[in-house]
Design a protein around this ligand. Sequence first.
Ligand code: NAD
Length: 452
Amino acid sequence: MQVAIIGTGYVGLTTGVALAYLGHRVVGLDVDAAKVNRLQRGEIPIYEPHLAELLQLARKNLTFTTDYATAIAPAQVVFIAVGTPALPDGNPDLTYVRQAAQGVGWHLGQNFTVIVNKSTVPIGSGNWVETLIDEALKTRAHNAPPFAVASNPEFLREGSALHDTLYPDRVVLGTQAPQALELLHTLYQPILEQNFTPPSFLPRPAGLVAVPLITADLASAELIKYAANAFLALKISFINEMAQLAERVGADVTQIARGIGLDQRIGSQFLQAGIGWGGSCFGKDTAALIATARDYGLGMGIVQASRLVNAQQRQWVVDKLLQTLKILKGRRIGLLGLAFKPHTDDLRDAPALEIAQQLVERGVGVRVHDPVALPRAQREWQKLEIQYYDNVKTLAQDCDGLVLVTDWPEYRDVAWEELAPLMRHALLVDGRNFLDRERLRQAGFTYLGLGR
Ligand code: NAD
């Protein structure tokens, strides 16, 4: 099938590369000319495992452009995958979605096209996008071509985006138009029926033979996405709140997580207590859900509480440093990990930024390290007076404490025994309860986890 993807960020690029690999002809469209230039040269502008390799395999089916006419006119399916960042009042900024929808309306070809909202957009956005396209079509001289709008929320996780796209837990399609559903069903058929040859570097999970398809009306599909993210966010906040109590009563939250997680009704994922969630989605999507509910007179108490707990978790790390070192002014603290989670360079709403800011405000000399996100942090955090290190040992020299912020696997392999003697205080706050605390203690560290 002929596909256009508007927005070549984490979601659009991953979707485009995956669909091209599956044999569809895909055009990636972006307003960022520098990004498009890089993609045309075969370079990947973000850090996402295996994306570069799969792009090479899919190249014959994949082109990139900044030109709406080139991408939209021949497309049978158009994905809108632009950003929807949060506004100060919690509502998402729909400027880019509006521009994309208008661009579609001005350039739609004469055959039936389905326009798919893959961006996370508030309830009612499907109808709104339809109206925008309708209005744009009216400005054109010839007869308006047939089209339908559908919702296809995205559930990929940065760091395993391609895996999640090729082997998703489910595909959700929201539309009332049978023709749109038929087209999308054909598009996703290789994924739904798992009848493609997996790339060698992304093997199919054992036992996966088919992926469930959820068909829904537009509003339900839109709400599924928000409900999923809110639930995951509150699951993390729940265990984090338990961590706060566990620490006070002398219990170990990692044991509690195991004890409840093996209950199949609860499940063990997203029960790792720590600094809390960050990233481009949970913060903005919970805010958007609350903002939508407010319009309908609902308070969304549970979702609000999960945001409150999350904010407390970031503060908790700073409090621990304060309680242990007593005076923070003039100290040197090293942060290990900047990205909001491992295997990505995404710094949106990264807890590391807030922790660094708080420490700088208290007069701490902040040093930071990350296996992949350093260059990005240097570009995006220019205003923040911190020092960047590409070597953990050099960073630790003369430090008063280290905070493990991101659970990058490479931090497990640090030669902690060599680090402790170099530091002014061999203190480590493990913000993810990730490291082997016995090993750290044997290496001479004062080890502090969260909730244990
Ligand atoms: P992103 O910021 O990485 O990418 C957005 C891209 O859209 C950018 O390259 C930008 O230049 C481009 N763009 C903006 N306006 C445009 C326009 N008018 N025409 C063409 N291109 C335009 O964003 P993302 O992380 O890929 O997220 C996209 C959407 O998917 C958001 O709504 C997000 O909530 C949702 N989502 C994201 C994730 C994730 O993990 N990142 C997961 C699920 C859903």
